[in-house]
Design a protein around this ligand. Structure first.
Ligand SMILES: Cc1ncc(COP(=O)(O)O)c(C=O)c1O
Length: 382
């Protein structure tokens, strides 16, 4: 008899990113869909990985991650956010930010728990909650500025609420949390059993002089938080799938119990390379300006089209509406845009479990100027 599988994630199909990147390749479309840069990463960092391999760093590093890298991270977050983080007990290097998020959720969730998650949401969050037997309590961000309605959060809290997930800068919208948001969050969770999961993979991609409001700035929040980061986003190497999680010693002890029997340890030569490269502060401090220029260039180019862009203050992304072009649903429109007009984007309804359709699509502007020009030339014909 062939065993039959009772799916743990019956509602999940292939991610929209895979679908749209597949369509883009099939139809030879310019890919402004999936969030990855099409320009080269820093060759010095590539050289350092090669060197680490040649120098023999090809065996397992400790389960927690290569200590000099964790020390460099602790120094960095102290300089940036004033956070006092113990490199020994509070940081774990992970194979990417998504894995860090999954591991943090798995560390704390039990069947029946509730997790407050804002939509539109990065696509892994809700499946990560549900695979742990917990329930996602989905709250909509306010359209069109995608801000959080904190009163709605207060109303959604029950005695089963276990985690509140935040993400700033936000994928897919480019919204960023302000100090006042963090104040609201602090008030809401104080004296509760609620954990915070803060997805800060775009921490350096904040524009318009706005500071990144890291949870790491707030010692009271760090008593209950897992903060997740991605080197892929910082160093234009999303394919490396390398990131880390910062928490406090007691939560991190539990996080590591899950991590050590899942992945154990992460690619050694890249960690050795990054341990040295992280001291080059310019390599990340200049990123916001670099990406802001791309956002501004894309925004200016898009004036030639009949799309209306919403605001983006961070991340790789900017959203836009197409009411002046079509009244199709966003998925149908994005697919047609790829097939007929050769530009791939992501329909924002894909970031809602119930496919809420505000007729908004997401553009990734982390691309070479030529790529953005070629896409907009096509979009201007609509
Ligand atoms: C909001 C958000 N969180 C996490 C990640 C994951 O990062 P990584 O590629 O390091 O897993 C991404 C990547 O697209 C993202 O957009």
């Amino acid at each position: 008899m062939i065993p039959s599988i009772h799916s743990k994630l019956p509602a999940v199909g292939t991610t929209i990113f895979t679908v749209m990147s597949g369509l883009a390749a099939e139809h030879n479309a310019v890919n402004l869909g999936q969030g990855f840069p099409d320009y080269d990463m820093d060759s010095e960092l590539v050289g350092l990985v090669n060197k680490a391999m040649k120098d023999g760093y090809n065996q397992y590093v400790p389960m927690q991650g290569y200590l000099p890298l964790r020390e460099a991270i602790a120094e960095k977050v102290h300089a940036l956010y004033g956070a006092s983080i113990d490199a020994g007990s509070d940081i774990t290097i992970t194979p990417g930010g998504t894995y860090a998020i999954y591991t943090a959720l798995t560390t704390v969730l039990r069947p029946g728990d509730e997790v407050i998650v804002f939509e539109p949401a990065y696509d892994s969050y809700i499946p990560n909650i549900e695979v742990n037997g917990a329930t996602a309590i989905r709250l909509p961000l306010r359209y069109p500025d995608y801000s959080i309605d904190w009163q709605m959060v207060r109303n959604a809290i029950t005695d089963r609420t276990r985690v509140i997930m935040i993400n700033s800068p936000h994928n897919p919208t480019g919204a960023v949390l302000r100090a006042s948001d963090l104040e609201e969050l602090r008030k809401i969770v104080s004296n509760t059993n609620i954990f915070i999961l803060s997805d800060e993979v775009y921490e350096h991609l904040v524009f318009d002089g706005i500071p990144h409001e890291s949870v790491l700035r707030y010692p009271d929040l760090m008593e209950r938080s897992f903060v997740c980061f991605s080197f892929g986003k910082v160093y234009h190497c999303t394919g490396w799938k390398l990131g880390y999680c910062i928490s406090n010693a007691s939560l991190m002890t539990e996080f590591r119990k899950v991590h050590q029997y899942n992945c154990f340890s992460v690619h050694s030569p890249s960690q050795v390379a990054l341990a040295g490269f992280l001291s080059n502060r310019e390599s990340y401090l200049g990123l916001g300006t670099y990406l802001q220029e791309k956002r501004d260039y894309f925004t200016t180019l898009m004036k030639q089209t009949r799309f209306d862009l919403l605001s983006s203050h961070g991340s790789y992304f900017i959203c836009g509406t197409y009411n002046r072009i079509s009244d199709e649903g966003d998925s149908a429109f994005a697919k047609r845009l790829t097939i007929e007009h050769k530009v791939a984007t992501i329909p924002v309804s894909a970031f809602y479990k119930d496919a809420t359709d505000n007729k908004v699509i997401r553009f990734c502007f982390a691309k070479k100027r030529e790529t953005l020009e070629s896409a907009v030339e096509k979009l201007a014909r609509l």
